[in-house]
Write a protein that binds this ligand. Structure first.
Ligand code: SAH
Length: 273
């Protein structure tokens, strides 16, 4: 596991030709439409000019790098403001409800890809520390560069698999919250996220129409992980499923690499009980 603590500590940028995740330092920020700003306001999110600028710079880098290497399926900036930035910001309300912590609250984004939902949330929630985890090095390198470029001191990056990180003493039971978008169904992603949160901590999943069906399918898994469904919030871009960890996770979870996906807990016949 290659931990790139605060992106300031990351290796210096490799500017040589062909670096797939390189982007120009002077890339101009994309600008959201007035209608987009109005929609976020209606939803209860009041963004400062500085935050809009940082969100626009992040999106500019994501869209630019995405023309050379695949970070996200969305290639249209207009669409990206909704489906990436606004969608990430729909988690703010739930994350504000995280139980009080001794120090700063800590949230891990599991399978963050090009930095979603973690990067936009780190931009607008300066009082929370975000750790963005992904198995693909190219993606975590990209996020680390963005964090450094944008000066986000509350964001750090881990390149690794959630199965290993969830069994690592430095991370197991250490987070006030975990979140994930588009990494897998509830039964699978619960096994990858729940072990990392504290008892009483929340797992916040960005979902769509299929939320209820996946929750039904995950009933046994949630029981095995001592976790319960506290609610689902309807948002303009989908549904946010909120789980709460009730007791310490049994040692055996998460299982070895690939197992949570291959044989989701309580779902497939070969799943361990
Ligand atoms: N959350 C992002 C990316 C979704 S794609 C978004 O919404 O745009 C799913 C990502 O999860 C991929 O980048 C993949 O590398 C990562 N991933 C899948 N399984 C993982 C695991 N077990 N541990 C860490 N990362 C994982």
């Amino acid at each position: 596991m290659d931990e790139q603590r605060d992106s300031r500590g990351a290796r210096s940028h490799d500017k040589k030709h062909g670096d797939p995740i390189a982007f120009a330092e002077n890339l101009p920020a994309l600008v959201p439409s007035d209608a987009w700003i109005a929609r976020t306001r209606e939803f209860g999110i009041e963004l400062e000019a500085r935050e809009i600028e940082l969100l626009g710079k992040y999106l500019a880098a994501l869209m630019d790098v995405n023309t050379r290497t695949n970070l996200t399926a969305i290639r249209d900036a207009e669409q990206a403001w909704d489906r990436h930035i606004f969608d990430a910001l729909t988690l703010v309300g739930v994350l504000q409800e995280l139980p009080e912590s001794d120090g700063r609250r800590k949230v891990i984004d599991v399978g963050s890809g090009g930095g979603l939902p973690g990067v936009p949330l780190a931009i607008v929630m300066g009082d929370v520390d975000f750790v963005l985890l992904d198995a693909t090095k190219k993606k975590t390198d990209f996020i680390a560069r963005c964090a450094q470029w944008l000066g986000l001191e509350n964001l750090s990056v881990i390149n690794g698999r959630a199965e290993g990180v969830g069994q690592d003493k430095a991370h197991r039971g250490m987070y006030d919250g975990a979140m994930a978008r588009a990494v897998g169904k509830v039964a699978m992603i619960a096994e990858l996220t729940v072990p990392m949160v504290k008892v009483g901590g929340l797992v916040v999943l960005t979902k769509g129409e299929q939320a209820e069906e996946e929750l039904k399918q995950a009933k046994k898994a949630l029981h095995m992980l001592h976790t319960h469904h506290v609610g689902t919030v309807e948002t303009p871009t989908g549904r946010v499923v909120v789980l709460e960890k009730q007791r310490t996770t049994p040692r055996m979870y998460p299982r070895r690499d690939g197992e949570p996906k291959r044989s989701p807990l309580g779902v497939s016949d070969t799943g361990r009980r």
